[in-house]
Design a protein around this ligand. Structure first.
Ligand code: ADP
Length: 482
């Protein structure tokens, strides 16, 4: 037996399965149909039959009314009487017969009322009609002798000669007990068949509806347990297909984040450990070997200083990025001139150009004013130019280009280095992505471009990179001019 923990069992109890819901609602629906059938076919059958009879009599009476005034009474009344199996009696105000048509023979109650009872029954109906103030009245009477029920109807009409005519109609009500019995039997069969059918169909439908959801839940469970390879295959209906699409996307994102986290830890530990090892090694070297040799000592102390710088750069980059990503950072926006800003940044590279032979060219367009957090834009420019310096080609040439287009100022930083493989372009701005992992001669932290991305995203500036392997790369971003 499945061993389900108590809290889960409670959960299941409070939230029945989708399958059970669908099944239950379908069964309720089938039962409602059956109930309606029973109520209408069985319980209301008699009253429905009677109201139908009364309606028929009403129609017959109105036909007779017009026949009384058209002078074609005998023929019309006979037709009506035979068609509806009616006893028709038309009298004047003192209940003297004007016309009668008896299709019921000796079964007619009005007939025996006339011969044996001085029209007492007809008289009481006439009285009722006049006192009720209605157009017509009906009565149902049980004939004890023949064990039958009959319906009586009376209405009055003003003849063209101004006299009143009373129309009495009588019709036997067929005993519907036997009909009701047949219907009841049929209903029992219908009920049993319908309930069985409903049970089977609803079971089938509920399984069909629940199946893809159950499958997705099973995959989601695996996913929750850390299986990032799991595929969500929701087919069957649109919502489930969409759900699995979303889940597949979410899985992709989560696995990317997890990979990044793994990379991050690996990178951080590597990047922290290497300079720390170097610092320790050189410090020991000074202690044991070069402490008394000023030249060597200076050289070794310089290595310690460089490695400490590397460490401190890494730590500040991590802090900067987490500050940017936390969303707490407020931008200090101000207007600045593009030419002035680019010249200012270029000045920082004069030593590098003179000392190491780098050739950093500035290609300017017409001067424009933009609005941004200048300190952050400086950081973007430095990061991009530093990268270009680190990854530039043999020619050591870097171009910083300004291009004004469509109300925007586009800044491009190009180099002629080895470029970036096409498949790496989509992830190049991701945190801790590094092209040549753990390559020490390139002095990167793997965080530069993600800092660039966060800053430009916060400004809502578009940015990107174009690169051809072996030819070089161009990183760009666009600021709105004002
Ligand atoms: P890093 O500190 O490693 O340079 P970045 O986030 O600045 O970290 O860059 C991420 C990766 O992108 C780098 O490791 C490098 O592989 C690649 N990259 C960045 N700029 C360039 C460039 N101009 N040319 C070639 N590759 C580049």
């Amino acid at each position: 037996m499945e061993n389900i923990p108590a809290n889960k069992r409670f959960h299941r109890l409070c939230n029945p399965m989708l399958k059970s819901y669908v099944w239950l609602y379908f069964m309720i629906f089938a039962m409602a149909i059956l109930l309606l059938l029973w109520v209408f076919q069985y319980f209301f059958l008699e009253s429905y039959y009677r109201s139908m009879k009364a309606n028929n009599m009403e129609t017959a009476a109105s036909e007779l009314k017009s026949a009384i005034n058209s002078g074609d009474l005998a023929r019309t009344a006979r037709g009506i009487a035979f068609k509806n199996n009616l006893f028709i009696l038309i009298t004047d105000a003192s209940l003297r017969e004007v016309f009668s048509e008896n299709t019921m023979g000796s079964f007619s109650y009005f007939e025996s009322d006339r011969s044996d009872n001085h029209n007492m029954f007809a008289y009481s109906m006439k009285q009722d009609l006049n006192s009720s103030g209605q157009n017509y009245i009906t009565r149902v009477h049980e004939n004890k002798m023949f064990q039958t029920k009959e319906m009586f109807y009376v209405t009055k009409v003003q003849a063209t000669d101004g006299t009143e005519r009373y129309i009495f109609l009588e019709s036997s009500i067929e005993p519907i007990d036997s009909t009701a019995q047949i219907i009841k039997k049929q209903l029992i069969y219908i009920t049993v068949i319908l309930l069985e059918l409903a049970f089977i169909i609803s079971l089938f439908i509920s399984r069909r509806i629940a199946k893809p959801i159950t499958a997705i839940t099973a995959s989601a469970k695996k996913f929750a347990e850390g299986d990032f390879q799991v595929q969500f295959n929701g087919t069957g209906y649109l919502e489930v297909a969409e759900l699995s699409e979303v889940l597949n996307k979410a899985r992709g994102e989560v696995s990317k984040v997890t990979d990044l986290r793994k990379d991050l830890i690996a990178n951080i530990s590597h990047d922290l450990r290497t300079p720390l090892t170097m610092v320790k090694a050189y410090a020991e070297m000074i202690r044991d070997l070069s402490g008394d040799n000023p030249v060597k000592r200076k050289e070794h102390i310089q290595v310690i200083i460089d490695e400490s710088d590397r460490l401190s750069n890494l730590v500040s980059s991590i802090l900067e990025l987490s500050r940017l990503e936390s969303g707490n950072l407020e931008l200090e926006l101000e207007d600045f001139d593009v030419h002035e800003k680019l010249h200012e940044v270029m000045n920082r590279y004069t030593i590098l150009m003179e000392r190491d032979g780098y050739n950093i060219q500035l290609e300017l367009d017409e001067d424009k004013t933009c609005r941004a957090d200048t300190a952050k834009i400086d950081q973007v420019l430095y990061n991009l130019i530093n990268n270009a310096v680190n990854y530039c080609g043999e020619d050591k040439q870097i171009i910083v280009r300004q291009r004004n287009q469509n109300g925007k100022v586009r800044i491009e930083i190009s180099d002629h280095g080895k470029g970036i493989p096409q498949e790496q372009l989509p992830v190049i701005f991701d945190r801790y992505y590094r092209g040549d992992k753990y390559k020490r001669e390139t002095v990167g932290t793997g965080l530069g471009l993600s800092i660039v991305k966060e800053i430009l995203k916060r400004h809502s500036f578009s940015f990107g990179v174009q690169s051809t392997e072996g030819k070089g790369s161009t990183f760009w971003f666009e600021m709105n001019e004002i």
